[in-house]
Design a protein. Structure first.
Length: 90
C-alpha cells in the first residue's frame, strides 16, 4: 500500500524558505502574495487494510516525519499498486 504524507508548518510559525521563495518569484516578475513550503513523503508500506495503513503512517509522522511542536500533517492512501523500489525509483 502507498500513502502520501504531507507535512506543513502550523499557523504562526516562521517559514523562511517560503518567504525567500516568494521574494524570488516577485523578483522574477510574478505577482505572488506568499509561499508556504512543506514536505511530501510517498511511503510504500505493508498493511492489511487502509485503516492500518493510515494508522501506521500517522505513527511514522509522530515518531519521525513531523515535529509535533511546529508541524501539522495529513495522510492519504494512494490508489494503485505501483511500488517504490529500494533505490527510490518507481
Amino acid at each position: 500500500m502507498r500513502v502520501r504524507v504531507e507535512v506543513k508548518l502550523k499557523p504562526g510559525h516562521f517559514d523562511p524558505e517560503g518567504d525567500i521563495t516568494a521574494k524570488s518569484l516577485r523578483d522574477l516578475g510574478f505577482r505572488v502574495n506568499g509561499v508556504e513550503v512543506g514536505k511530501v513523503y510517498t511511503v510504500d508500506l505493508e498493511a492489511k487494510d487502509e485503516e492500518e495503513g493510515v494508522r501506521l503512517a500517522k505513527d511514522m509522522c509522530r515518531k519521525l516525519l513531523a515535529n509535533p511542536t511546529k508541524d501539522n500533517f495529513t495522510v492519504e492512501v494512494l490508489p494503485g499498486e505501483e511500488r517504490i523500489t529500494k533505490k527510490g525509483k518507481r
